[in-house]
Design a protein around this ligand. Structure first.
Ligand SMILES: [Fe+2]
Ligand SMILES: [Fe+2]
Length: 307
């Protein structure tokens, strides 16, 4: 499936787990928030939300990728970064975990009816997490509430285009031996609890003129290398400009961290911007292994590609 070739894209990290004012910028590619220039303080939270500005045929479209864990972090940071709900043309949910859709209903109610919302139909399965400290959930993305809020739902299973601007991969094909669903994650299907295969998580892929693919993941439960390789296969484009998202690595142990580092080295993107659920240990390992192209995703970070 062809991913349309865009002139440029910016990615702004609205909500993420980290904020460190001393993280460096990379002129022309990655800009960090400047404290004195913010309208109000940014907050970090366990969740993810990004704002994409896509430029195609001279026209600008703003896509919200995930809506953080709650309206609190989402609206605080949207305001701090001087954006308004009215600017946003569509929403994409990376997968069906509440730290990615926690602000969605409040956002829809403020934005008004008719907004396109894209996600995999398996996001509707109730989700649970079994931890050493007990069970968390189930959490449910409720279709009735989305419909009542006036959302224009676009549910997919396989590859699909988002408004002829970006490719959604659909359920990710697993090809690496080291990326497997982690055992603590469960979903409920027809009343039965089962290990979550993460069929609901998909990457959003943008093809930038002269640069290559930008692969954006939420938690990357299917594996960031699987997701990127699948994006390459679907688009027929091998060059990877950037990989952005939470990689969920520390919880998977050393084999997963080592395998992913080698996989990323082979993919050789110009930028790896990882945050959210990647985990501190994996972030430090990535920073050491990819010194020239790894950066931590912090709230307020802006990535500029092409144009
Ligand atoms: Fe997450
Ligand atoms: Fe997740």
């Amino acid at each position: 499936m062809q991913a349309p070739v865009l002139q440029s894209m910016t990615v702004e990290i609205l909500v993420d787990n980290f904020f460190d004012i001393f993280e460096p910028s990379r002129p022309g590619l990655v800009e960090r928030a400047v404290l004195g220039k913010l309208k109000k303080p940014l907050v970090a939270a366990h969740g993810l939300a990004m704002l994409l500005t896509l430029v195609h045929n001279g026209r600008q479209t703003k896509i919200l990728v995930d809506t953080a864990n709650s309206p609190l972090s989402f609206f605080n940071n949207l305001e701090a970064m001087e954006h308004k709900v009215e600017e946003i043309d569509a929403v994409f949910l990376s997968h069906g975990h509440p730290d990615h859709y926690g602000g969605l209903l409040e956002f829809l109610s403020r934005r008004g009816p008719g907004l396109p919302v894209f996600f995999h139909e398996d996001c509707y399965f109730p989700k649970l997490l079994v931890t050493p400290r007990g069970r968390v959930g189930p959490y449910v993305l409720e279709k009735e509430k989305l419909v009542a809020a006036g959302a224009q739902l676009h549910e997919n299973q396989g590859p699909a285009l988002l408004q002829d601007l970006a490719l959604l991969t659909g359920t990710v094909e697993a090809t690496t031996p080291y990326e497997k669903p982690l055992p603590g994650f469960k979903r409920i299907v027809q009343g039965n609890e089962e290990p979550d295969p993460f069929s609901d998580e998909q990457a959003l892929v943008v093809n930038i003129e002269g640069k290559g693919l930008v692969v954006i993941g939420g938690c990357c439960h299917p594996g960031i290398v699987n997701m990127t390789k699948y994006a390459q296969k679907l688009t027929g484009v091998n060059k990877v400009a950037a990989i952005i998202g939470g990689f969920h690595l520390t919880a998977g142990g050393d084999d997963l961290i080592n395998g992913t580092i080698n996989g990323l080295k082979e993919l050789n993107p110009n930028l790896v911007l990882a945050g959210h659920c990647t985990g501190f240990k994996a972030l430090t390992r990535l920073a050491a292994a990819l010194p020239d192209n790894f950066m931590v995703s912090c709230v307020g970070t802006k990535v500029m590609m092409g144009g």
